[in-house]
Design a protein. Sequence first.
Length: 226
Amino acid sequence: MEGGEEEKEAQQTKKYKSERAVYHSNKAACHIKLEEYQQAIEASNAALDLDPSFTRALQRRAQAGELQATFASMSQAKQDHERVVETLKIELGLIQPKKEEPEPAQEQEEEEEQKVAEGADRSSASTSLSAESSASSGSPKTTVEISSQNRQDDIREGRRAEYKPVKLDLDEAGKKKHRMMIQTSEQALRRMEPRLKELMEKEKAEMLGMCRFFCFSHARMVLFVS
């Protein structure tokens, strides 16, 4: 009975988050129409915090970043559009998900969790007396407790949960919607490529100009002192 209530509550929470994500995504679309691109990015982020699988919000963040027209915003927009295309193609079954290599930090964390789990197994195999003694003095954290703590740390530090796409069983309307979104992002990527190169060259020129200015100022100061 309790399990059924917990499952029902989890479904209601998921539905609530999904509806809120749609609200923030629509808000982002309004900000784009009003040329309020930073607010659009913030609204898209709010939607993705609630539902990391909401590809429409990711695409709207990319559109806002492109329209901001800075090198940093367009670089992020390019990454977002690429992620949109990859995610939707995986959900359509056109490509397979990439096998991600575990990062060194992740490997170390997994090794630590394994050691803790092994320690917990050895502790549970001890006598009842030693188990009671361990309970009174504080037993080691289990892998489940560590994972729960890691999730709490992610929430506290503002790290967004990552959505790992899989192939979906879509109807024809859903497939059509996916293809249209893929087309939109691919067109944006082709459109952004020359603009990004132009902005990169401009940023390089500005940095070079600043370096020359500081070098010239330093040389003059040295001559003045000498």
